[in-house]
Design a binder for this molecule. Structure first.
Ligand code: CUA
Length: 174
């Protein structure tokens, strides 16, 4: 019996068992984050930690004048339910799903962004003039799919910086 070969075999077998075990018990492995890339998010803890916690959602002004919009899609709504963006500036949309596959669309435009659980969908949008857009879900996601919609309000560019943070995420307060 060749002991060195046996040892190599046992170590290899052990490692091969550990990998599925970390997945089964959902052990957090930093190396896995690296391999999955920065667009990976855990759909079950979106509201607890990371980019998509509640007070991070909505529209955020970027230093270069563009804005970033963060949203969550879940059965059967988009959070926030209504968002405000300035007209004529690049809008960087970052959206993820808490459950099923959804697709956020903007009526009257060609924009359509597929939203999957576990990953961040990114899209660059722009709305040239003030107006309102309904944002229905266009991917069948279950019983409430046809009622799943949000709303986007595009306000004049110079008006936007004067709005407080909470007004940007809640058009109804206007
Ligand atoms: Cu969400 Cu259809």
């Amino acid at each position: 019996m060749n002991w060195r070969r046996l040892r190599t075999f046992l170590i290899t077998a052990l490692i091969l068992c550990i990998i599925p075990a970390t997945r089964y018990y959902q052990i957090d492995v930093p190396l896995l984050h690296f391999l999955q890339g920065s667009r990976h998010v855990d759909p079950s803890s979106l509201h607890l930690a990371g980019e998509f916690v509640e007070n991070n959602l909505g529209t955020e002004q970027d230093p270069d004048g563009s804005v970033t919009v963060r949203m969550i899609a879940q059965q059967y709504l988009f959070i926030p339910h209504c968002i405000l963006v300035p007209a004529g500036v690049p809008v960087h949309l970052r959206i993820t799903s808490a459950d099923a596959v959804h697709a956020v669309t903007f009526n009257g435009t060609d924009y359509s962004v597929k939203v999957l659980p576990g990953t961040i969908s990114e899209a660059k949008l722009q709305f040239p003039s003030p107006g309102e857009y309904k944002m229905p879900c266009r991917e069948f996601c279950g019983a409430g799919h046809y009622a799943m919609r949000s709303e986007l309000k595009v306000v004049p560019r110079d008006q936007f910086p004067a709005l407080r943070g909470e007004e940007r995420g809640n058009c109804g307060a206007q």
